[in-house]
Ligand binder design. Structure first.
Ligand code: ZN
Length: 197
């Protein structure tokens, strides 16, 4: 799987797609906040990158953890069904249709804030931790995948907690030029299709 793979509502993954080299994430998140039937897993090099970022944010007196990582097609089906029961159609605003979630790639994470052992997964985007993460994530290879000003392009609401690993070179490029992964792939397609002069 390439780090720059595009998965969205128009580019779904096959039902049986499962990433290689998934590893378990050891978590200090209090048990009551975790789904007992779901182990948090992520692609190994993504965990390495996240741990580097976490080490550095700790030096600022903050802490963050991975709240959600790889989700199988079937797990996404369950999440969506549960949310549909609770919220009705509104569930589609925050949960992807199975196959269209980047979480199935094992390259996407949702983080929560665990500074001073207080668990906060209700991330708004203006917390000092989140501001730090958004400013520094590209150095570690992550992009803010669903930004506020790109809702029309990504097809998803602003999700300040959702990060996507693409590698630091691409992450820095996308962030510098304020490009989504959709725009990057479109740009790449146009460049390959451009006639040679
Ligand atoms: Zn997410």
């Amino acid at each position: 799987m390439r780090n720059d793979i595009l998965v969205n509502k128009f580019r779904p993954l096959p039902r049986d797609y499962e990433p290689n080299s998934l590893v378990s994430v050891t978590s200090d998140i209090p048990k009551e906040h975790l789904d007992p039937n779901h182990k948090i897993m992520i692609v190994d090099h993504v965990l390495t990158a996240f741990n580097k970022m976490r080490n550095d944010i700790k030096k600022q007196g903050f802490d963050i953890e991975i709240d959600s990582g790889y989700r199988s097609f079937e797990y996404q089906v369950n999440l969506l069904n549960q949310a549909l029961e609770e919220k009705g159609e509104d569930a589609y605003k925050t949960l992807a249709i199975p196959g269209t979630s980047e979480h199935q790639t094992g390259l996407a994470i949702d983080f929560c804030i665990t500074t001073n052992n207080i668990y906060n997964d209700d991330i708004k985007g203006d917390e000092p931790e989140t501001i730090w993460v958004h400013a520094h994530a590209p150095i570690y290879g992550f992009i803010l995948r669903l930004p506020k000003d790109k809702v029309d392009i990504t097809g998803f609401n602003y999700e300040p907690w959702h990060l996507r690993y693409v590698g630091s070179e691409l992450a820095c490029y996308l962030t510098t030029y304020n490009l989504t992964l959709e725009e990057y792939h479109q740009e790449k397609t146009l460049l390959t299709r451009a006639p040679h002069s």
